[in-house]
Design a protein around this ligand. Sequence first.
Ligand SMILES: O=C(O)CCC(=O)C(=O)O
Ligand SMILES: [Fe+2]
Length: 328
Amino acid sequence: MQSQTEVGAMNEFVNQELPQYDPHDVNPPVRPRFRSQFGGLWTDLSNADAILAGKVATGAISPSEGRLVGEFIQKGFVLLPRAVDLNLVDRVLEDIESIAEGKIQRKASYWDSTGHHIETATRENTVQLEAKILDMHEASDSAQQIIFAPAISRFLNIVFERPALAFQSLGFIRGSQQGVHRDTAFVRVSSSQEFVASWIALEDVVPGSGELEYYVGSHALPDYLFSGADRWVKPGNPELEGFSGALHEMAKAANLEFTQFRPKKGDALIWAAELMHGGSQIEDESRTRKSLVTHYCPVDQHPMYFYKGNQVKRPSVGGNFICAERWS
Ligand SMILES: O=C(O)CCC(=O)C(=O)O
Ligand SMILES: [Fe+2]
């Protein structure tokens, strides 16, 4: 037996009024649809609220999980305070130290005065401009423990309705200072809207450190198409220069709130593929902003880098899976 509260979750949808319709028409008056022409998760469907209420009513998820997912549907992100055990965060920090010392081999992507590089991670290059340690989750059990911490894993499984595949992670020691973007322009997955990202704070984030920032509800704004039609941006497309500015304009025209994320160590934020976000300018050069960002899709989907071959999906924590890109 379900409790009254859970069954009650469905009430407002049971006798929902239908749009005006002609009963003799040969087509139905209701057509659930995705906002994006490229599809999405069930949380992106026009009837997501009814599906969510149904999950609560049938006991598939708890009322408090329902509230969390409701927020995600509406705002395009959700905060999971203290999602990760602090001892585990310390172990991930130790692994980052081992990566900087070369005891664990990982690549870092960074910029310097001579351009962009992807090279073996070192203490020096991991603090360069826009430096990220690539796919540390593949080499670190502790990283897998935190990217699939129980609260994160549960949330992923609810929005994906199946196990998650962590297919890309970026370890930051300093703020990224990346302009506002939507990950759907760059992160290529076979079903382009079916992924989310998590941002796990590896330390308390302080003002001026280049905080993550985002427009609340911006995932629901229209698709941004490159060359008028494309989901993904080709490297070197000159439109890329105006991308960030165009997104700021769209979000401002819709009067969306722009927020900076100042989490405590162990807090996690999960955002939808279409949320507009970026890294703010670093005001205080002495500040680090240690964080781990991970992109996940449902396990039956493939990141597009699979075309290179040799990639495998390996079982990981909580019934979820991991894979990683091969950087040659
Ligand atoms: O952490 C940041 O500053 C931004 C990271 C980001 O946008 C991403 O990895 O997709
Ligand atoms: Fe991003």
